[in-house]
Design a protein around this ligand. Structure first.
Ligand code: NAD
Length: 274
């Protein structure tokens, strides 16, 4: 196999849809053997089929990334299928049940998204906990399980999908923002702890990307117009914009890059970047 991921085995959690699916397809195009891991096995299997029909190598695994035993089994399944593990993109995630954006006119935002139950003062513990369980604890468990297999394989590269929301507060999304800020810090902690094993850990923080998760918002033309106006590159992102950043970080081209976060966001938060 030739390509930027030739001879590498990669797991992608959340691989059945959106950003994760795009990573699976892109990595395969570049020669990786891909494990499509998702809570939705039927859709994960369809992505694996798409890859094999195009001449690549892939398998699918059912996993709820918030359950430690399932995450361990996922990492073991990759090694059973392909003999080693070199790369992982932790893309499985859920939103805070809506998509309330940074809105210059907070009153307008509030009127439009009249969801008192999402604001901090009303947020239910159950909703908070599920977002933290999947988006933060799930990423930690994934990092832990894949790192163990990567140690045995002599090193590797982990990419955690964070968000601009880990950097910039969004109305009604305290759970989501905190989970993504946590992913960013987890990435830095993982980088310094796993470097001794030859494992690099980086994060990618997407801006507004067209996927199922953002579907309710991106089907609203007014919402899209507003987001495009506030994005310097004047468009929403596509899953492939994120997959290309993940590909770079998982490839050997990034062999001296660890503990880093890349924001493919069209310049959305350039004004607030350190
Ligand atoms: N779409 C955006 O605008 C955007 C922006 C910033 C960050 N992100 C992040 O990108 C990642 C991918 O999201 P997406 O936009 O592609 O959404 P998506 O809904 O298209 O894909 C998410 C995938 O994760 C899977 N999943 C959910 N919970 C899971 C669990 N517990 N275990 C295993 N799989 C699970 C879903 O089944 C789905 O296939 C998420 O972490 C999300 O927070 C998305």
């Amino acid at each position: 196999m030739t390509g930027r991921m030739a001879d590498k085995v990669a797991i992608v959690t959340g691989g059945a849809s959106g950003i994760g699916r795009s990573c699976c397809l892109r990595f395969s195009e570049e020669g990786a053997q891909v494990v499509v891991a998702d809570i939705n096995l039927e859709r994960a299997a369809a992505v694996a089929d798409e890859i094999t029909q195009a001449g690549g190598q892939a398998t699918s695994v059912a996993v709820d990334t918030s359950i430690p035993e399932e995450v361990d089994a996922m990492a073991n399944a990759a090694v059973e299928a392909f003999g080693r593990l070199d790369a992982c993109v932790a893309a499985a995630g859920i939103s805070h049940a809506g998509y309330i954006s940074r809105e210059p006119d907070q009153q307008a935002a509030q009127d439009r998204h009249d969801r008192q139950d999402m604001l901090l003062i009303e947020k239910s513990l159950a909703n908070w906990q599920r977002v933290i369980d999947v988006n933060l604890t799930g990423v930690m468990l994934t990092n832990q399980s894949v790192a163990k297999q990567m140690v045995a394989s002599g090193g590797g590269s982990i990419v955690n999908i964070a968000s601009v929301a880990g950097r910039t507060a969004l109305m009604g999304a305290s759970d989501y923002c905190v989970s993504k800020a946590g992913v960013w810090m987890l990435t830095k902690c993982g980088a310094i702890e796993l470097a001794r094993h030859g494992i690099r850990v980086n994060a990618v923080g997407p801006g507004y990307i067209r996927t199922s998760m953002s579907g309710a918002a991106t089907s609203n033309e007014k919402w899209v117009d507003e987001r495009v106006k506030e994005t310097p590159l004047r468009r929403l992102g596509e899953p492939s914009d994120i997959a290309n950043a993940c590909l770079y970080l998982c490839s050997d081209e990034a062999s001296f890059v660890t503990g880093e976060i890349i924001f493919p966001d069209g310049g959305l938060i350039a004004d607030s970047r350190a």
